[in-house]
Design a protein around this ligand. Sequence first.
Ligand code: FMN
Ligand code: SF4
Length: 689
Amino acid sequence: MARDPRYDILFEPVRIGPVVAKNRFYQPPHCNGMGELRPNMHAAMREVKAEGGWAVIHTEHCSIHPSSDMLGESVQTLWDDDDVAWLALMCDAVHAHGALAGVQLAYACNWNPNRVSREIPMGPMGRPCTQYDPQYTRAMDKGDIKNMLGWWKDAAVRAKRAGCDVIQVDVNFSQVGFQFLSPRNRRTDEYGGSVENRARVVKQQIEACREGVKGDCAVTVRIIIDEVMGARGLMAETDGREIIECLAEEPDLWDIVIGTWDYDSRTSRFVPEAAHSDKVAIVKRCTTKPVVGVGRFTSPDTMVAQIKRGIMDMIGATRPSIADPFLPKKIEEGRSEDIRECIGCNICVSGHYTISPIRCTQNPTMGEEWRKGWHPERIAPKKSDDSVLVVGAGPAGLECARALGQRGYQVHLAEAGRELGGRVAREARLPGLAEWGRVRDWRVGQIAKLPNVQVYRESRLSATEVREMGFNRVVVATGARWRKDGYGRTNHYAIPGADQAHVLTPDDILGGVRPDGPVVIFDDDAYYMGSVLAELLRAAGREVTIVAPASEIAAWTYNTMELKYIAERLDGQGVGMLTHHNLLSIGKGEVTLAHMHSGRERRMAATSVVMCVMREPVDELWRELTAEPDDLLEAGIRSVERIGDCLAPGAIVQATYAGHKYARELDESAVAGVSVRRERPIVHARGAR
Ligand SMILES: Cc1cc2nc3c(=O)[nH]c(=O)nc-3n(C[C@H](O)[C@H](O)[C@H](O)COP(=O)(O)O)c2cc1C
Ligand code: SF4
């Protein structure tokens, strides 16, 4: 199909200093847990984005020197010439599709205690490192600054040698340039005080890179212009703008960030698309250089509006490029409705905090491009004429049916209810989670285009019916249900009193029950559900207290960077929050709690209790079917498998992955031993450096 002319503006080239981006789609830097340890995985992941039409593709932050190692998580390094090869791998892969390769050069201080290199971190002042590390940075003297600028130049030289077109100076919250820019910089020399003084290091970083690349690469800056902490931090309208004015024409492009990472990448529970535009617009008025902004952009109409309103010149889209590496191409080919829109859940971010390679709820192929050979758009054709019955149209069943259909199998998707989407459909009705419905919407839309996939609603199937239907393969994706008895992470037994009528589960609330208050929500699940139910019941006028055995409410959301926003919202709504407490027993009108460590007991009024504790598979159909293997054989059924929550409950990301994996692996010969490709460290000869 031809491109909609309304979107032509998105495909105009943009000059960035000495190089030209073929269109306005810009993938900002994003870490992915691959880094120096997994260079092939990294190159393949970026290559898929280049193939998908992005004009500029960056690495994640790339450490320029061991005195700022940024390790723990595997990130990129350009410490010496041996590091050039991994970056060249990515540059070549990206260039093969006509995109520009960018590297984000980084030197972090304060946020970076050098746990691996054990070098003493440096910054503008001596201060304790963040995250409660018992390590301080030391204040840089002028010699240190000179040395550091030399490392910037060396890294730029190496990046150019690797084939980079764009060298980005990272002036993000964790970075040395930003720590100098901050109004909390207390230096009294020419690197502190006035805006001009505070901006000196950034100017010198740009100059050092320019010296290194000698006019062959663009030198750009990614910078925070507003710390979102009032007058204690930079503010876009005042000193943030003054900094841009001071350095206005220095870089070849401005890439603008608002707030620290958790703010910049807020989830859809807390902000809509294009949340930063007002502040980014300020930058456009201070420079003639191209400006990039971010804001979870997935809608081409919103993107066009950002350009036409003069807010930005290039559309920065990190999470949208993870959820759909082919987003630009789909717009270009007039297939915008095929875009797999990011749902804003930040599962991709959780890889950073859990030190694991990136994954995505919407895009099960993310991170698997090299080690499994999965491509987000292509899949091997079917290897047999087997027909497949998928039972259950939740995230696992929908993805399984869609991907099997894409392979060409005859698929029958049976859903017990009227509505498709399973848990996603129910949870998308909870406060702030509407965008999660995109997991269902994209798959339902794609399935509708596949004539070989039939969807049957209101088709609750018994084992006998399944056997009579004549399919060769059966996939059971019937989801999970919440337990009511309190058995879970903390308690390995039923909690006394949990069998009473005023004790409910999240399924009851999702089904429309609104219990009388005061309500105690016992959150032993520790992800989002307890806190979302607290919001819902509070909005319905109930007095609500959320009780958690963990040291934080919704403790796992630390990994999605939502923890503090959840606490802020619940506090603002008047929800009580009690951490470090277990639920001992449930009486009439009250519960008994105990401190997790001291054991001290206390009572709390509770007319109703919601047990947000753990889920168990709804696997009765699978059990019935597999209990009689001879009947299966007789019915011509060659396999019956459970996938997703029906096998082992997890987050939605695990469900879409499970559905996709089943579809990819059907009829493929099993690989003996380890089934994925692995990268190996170089084993040096004994005694070699
Ligand atoms: C998984 C992930 C990793 C990120 N890593 C980096 C990074 O290494 N450097 C950086 O400047 N920004 C990083 N970011 C921030 C993004 O580049 C971007 O500014 C932010 O996600 C907002 O854009 P979006 O709404 O298009 O996702 C990361 C974001 C995500 C989601
Ligand atoms: S994991 Fe969630 S937030 Fe991240 S890209 Fe995928 S859908 Fe978007």
